[in-house]
Design a protein. Structure first.
Length: 147
């Protein structure tokens, strides 16, 4: 048997919206039974922070929001999986694979996808109809959450 829960929220494509996305993620995981200090909650918050910041910086269309969606899937036989989706309106600006070498210490940008790749079990990007893209990442959540 498998249980799924979903949360989604449109947020302004601003730095404030990106910060709110991170906070909403931690709160939603807390509502679903994970402690806000749990490593899973911290990892999810960091992934959302990176994906939302990318949506604001690279996917922003003036006057348009970005969408945060969280999908929790639990089965009786295995760990829970959290799928994080951040959708924006810029379908022509697709993220590529993380660079082979990390950016130099003096570079201000370019580490986001390296962080996503290192923390996520899987991640990718999908086109979004009628325009835009959804960048997603999945992680397995810690098993000590209450049922």
């Amino acid at each position: 048997m498998q249980e799924s829960r979903r949360f989604s929220q449109r947020l302004s494509a601003t730095l404030r919206g990106a910060r709110l996305a991170r906070r909403l993620t931690v709160q939603q995981l807390t509502d679903w039974g994970w402690d806000h200090e749990d490593e899973s909650a911290r990892t999810a918050a960091l992934l959302v922070a990176e994906l939302a910041a990318n949506a604001v910086q690279h996917g922003r269309v003036p006057g348009r929001d970005f969408l945060l969606a969280l999908l929790l899937t639990r089965s009786v036989t295995g760990p829970a999986t959290l799928r994080i989706e951040v959708a924006d309106c810029r379908g022509e600006r697709l993220p590529g694979p993380a660079p082979a070498a990390p950016p130099g210490a003096a570079e201000e940008h370019g580490r986001g996808l390296l962080i996503v790749e290192s923390l996520a079990t899987r991640w990718g990007v999908e086109p979004r109809h009628p325009s835009g893209k959804t960048v997603w990442a999945e992680i397995q959540l810690s098993a000590h959450s209450p049922s």
